[in-house]
Design a protein around this ligand. Structure first.
Ligand code: BTN
Length: 325
């Protein structure tokens, strides 16, 4: 963690204020260095007051997403978020992380962008990513899993998103298989999992996550207005993207640890409790193939088990779901 991030973390740990000398000690730097970090944080939009009695006090944080802020919230021992970048703009954060993966970057890297010019969703769809309104980010993982087990990561990520949104907003979204999060039947977030693998070996998995946070209805493209929502629309209040990002990285790390520990049964149970797809009649389009049946369960790798009208079980690993009943 950089000294500026450590300083921010110390200010947050002491909302009542912290003395300059204590900051020097904690960070192992001089008073002049503390002062210079305070000044640069102020320039970045943090309101920090200084008084002889209370020392330094963090009063407010800017609404822009800042790497120093997200780094200051990272907990020691957490893999996801061990390196965090925030870009003003890019084509797609999945492209950024996939480039880093090719350059052998270790797992845990997270890249956020304030805006994506070519954000993409599943099935080749575009993903609207207006500046500063949502969380658009990608996570680099290098799990020791077989390629067929990587669908577990999508279910685990969906759980993490549910818990993070619940802890920050009080609203519990529903999961629509495989990776849509819905509030009142409208999509609020999606996950795009991209994998690079050899026959037996996974080289990297990129979790691309998009969450509509503070858009108003008119800020959604016209064709999405009836099917998409934001956390602001659902709660009636603006939501702090930094608080949500912190909760997301924490919950993603927790779920990732469960998968690596081989505890997919617990992950699948939690997933099933939040999933609106199970028990329903579903039509699944997989490119040229269409299957109809009742969604019964997830298998041990996170694939959906569908009982068709002929009583056969079909194992589905991806596709577009339309729920009938
Ligand atoms: C979907 O529901 O279709 C998945 C949407 C995933 C969108 C995110 S935004 C960050 C990352 N970068 C992308 O280009 N896509 C994912």
């Amino acid at each position: 963690m950089t000294s500026a991030a450590q300083l921010l973390s110390a200010l947050r740990a002491h909302p009542e204020g912290v003395a300059g000398t204590d900051l020097c000690q904690q960070l192992g730097v001089t008073r002049a260095a503390v002062w210079s970090h305070i000044e640069s944080l102020r320039e970045a939009g943090f309101e920090i007051i200084a008084s002889p009695h209370r020392g330094y006090q963090l009063v407010s944080a800017p609404s822009a997403l800042l790497a120093v802020d997200l780094q200051s919230r990272h907990k020691k021992g957490q893999t996801i978020g061990n390196t965090i970048h925030v870009l003003a703009q890019t084509t797609s954060t999945n492209d950024e992380v996939s480039q880093a993966a090719l350059e052998n970057h270790p797992e845990g890297l997270v890249v956020f962008a304030e805006c994506q010019s070519a954000g993409r969703g599943r099935m080749g769809r575009r993903w609207s990513s207006p500046t500063g309104r949502g969380l658009w980010f990608s996570v680099l993982l290098r799990p020791s899993l077989a390629p067929s087990e990587c669908t577990q990561l999508t279910a685990a990520s969906a759980n993490a998103l549910v818990r993070a949104i619940q802890s920050v907003t009080g609203i519990t979204p529903e999961i629509k298989w495989p990776n849509d999060l819905l509030i009142n039947g409208k999509k609020v977030a999606g996950i795009l999992t991209e994998m690079s693998a050899e026959l037996e070996n996974v080289r990297s998995v990129i979790l691309g996550i998009g969450i509509d946070v503070n858009q108003t209805a008119s800020e959604f493209p016209a064709d999405l207005r009836s099917i998409a929502t934001s956390l602001k629309l659902a709660t009636g209040k603006s939501v702090s993207r930094a608080n949500l990002a912190e909760a997301l990285l924490r919950e993603l790390d927790h779920e990732y640890a469960r998968i690596l520990a081989g505890d997919f049964t617990a992950v699948a149970e939690e997933w099933a409790n939040h999933c609106t797809t199970l028990g329903k009649l579903a039509t699944i389009d997989m490119g040229t193939r269409r299957v109809r049946g009742r969604a019964e369960a997830l298998d041990e790798n996170g694939a959906l088990l569908l009982r068709t009208e002929h009583g056969r079980i079909e194992r589905i690993i991806g596709g577009e779901v339309t729920l009938t009943k």
